[in-house]
Design a protein around this ligand. Structure first.
Ligand code: UT7
Length: 331
């Protein structure tokens, strides 16, 4: 069947860009103000350092720099875009959306821009949303950004949470193109699987907000409880992505999981039968940057030559809500 003629569309990656704040906080730096050790943090999480945004670097600024880098990578202008979706749980303000601020920063006045809030799964939710818009034919080119300043939400006296997170942003540009074959050999987003279960709120949440405390609040997490659910949830949605596309772990070129904890990443890859050499790990360098972690990891692996045109890339995440999600992309 000729899918180009049938009108079936795929969301194909045109460009990728990222931005990390200059300031790096090492585990040794944290030892100075907290009862913690580099050894504990590395053993339990794999994290060695994280980037922390400067006072004059709100989430929209990080996202704007990443968006500009993605546009340059794709050799496009902001006016070539008609959709901007930002995944974030750390907006500059309660409103307007970070996406509209980035839209303005880019000098873009056409199209639509809005935020998606699914915490650490946010980038996969935003990518899936953009894919639905593009493959419906309603929009042509989307900028999908994961941008976070979790450092602003942390209780820096709570060693059980503050050592885990970092700041950063990365952006992907997708374009609606006619499907090549309508099979898993096509370039583009091949499938996405989104899940949520709000009964788990108490395990990972922020204890403030405009309609309750009228404050921003701090991140609170029952880490062991989150850990207990994470591997099962992500392996479920990854398995669904394999089933939906008739692919398997052996077909993957790269597995790019959300970067929360090295132990979760390794256990998930092992359960799925994904070879360790196919797993992209950046949690050591970035910590957990929530919605930014997957596109930042994609940027590292594309930048160092690992991810290449035509590669099959599985992304997945799990986080507050709970939310969890996967997407399979032919690069
Ligand atoms: O991205 C969103 C999803 N979030 C996650 O995926 C996070 C999931 N959870 C985790 O990554 C892990 O549960 C943590 C890294 C948060 C914790 O690791 P753990 O192996 O589950 O440790 P634990 O919470 O069971 O704590 C073990 C011990 C405790 O002491 P006691 O009660 O055994 O005496 C903690 O108080 O480690 C202690 N501890 C620390 N010690 C030194 C907790 N944080 C620290 C610390 N430094 N920073």
């Amino acid at each position: 069947m000729n899918h180009a003629a049938s009108g079936k569309l795929r969301s194909v990656v045109l460009g990728l860009g990222s931005y990390l704040p200059k300031r790096i906080v090492s585990n040794a730096d944290l030892e100075k103000s907290l009862e913690t050790t580099d050894e504990w943090i590395v053993q339990r999480t794999g994290i060695r350092q994280r980037h922390v945004a400067a006072e004059d670097e709100p989430t929209s600024r990080l996202g704007l720099y990443a968006a500009q880098a993605a546009l340059a990578d794709a050799r496009l202008k902001a006016s070539d875009l008609d959709l901007v979706i930002v995944a974030t749980s750390t907006p500059d303000f309660t409103f307007p959306a970070v996406a509209t601020q980035i839209q303005a920063g880019l000098g873009m006045t056409n199209g639509a821009a809005f935020d998606v809030q699914a915490v650490c799964s946010g980038f996969v939710f935003a990518l899936a949303t953009a894919d639905k818009f593009l493959t419906s034919g309603s929009h042509r080119r989307a900028l999908v950004i994961g941008a976070e300043t979790f450092s602003r939400l942390l209780d820096w006296t709570d060693r059980t949470t503050c050592v885990l997170f970092g700041d950063g942003a990365a952006a992907l540009i997708l374009e609606a193109q006619p499907a090549e074959e309508g099979t898993a050999r096509d370039r583009g987003v091949l499938t996405s699987h989104l899940r949520s279960d709000g009964r788990h709120r108490e395990k990972l949440y922020v204890d403030g907000g405009p309609s309750t405390t009228r404050t921003t609040g701090h991140l609170r997490m029952a880490g062991r409880e989150v850990f207990r659910h994470a591997v099962g949830m992500v392996t479920d949605v990854v398995t669904q992505a394999f089933e939906a596309t008739g692919t398997s772990a052996a077909d993957l070129d790269w597995f790019v999981p959300h970067q929360a904890n090295r132990r979760i990443i390794d256990a998930s890859a092992e359960k799925l039968g994904i070879a360790p050499g196919k797993v992209v790990v950046t949690v050591d360098l970035h910590g957990n940057t929530s919605a930014a972690s997957i596109p930042l990891a994609l940027a590292v692996a594309r930048g160092d030559g690992r991810i290449k045109h035509g590669d099959l890339v599985m992304i997945e995440a799990m986080g507050g809500g709970f939310t969890w999600a996967s997407a399979l992309i032919r690069w």
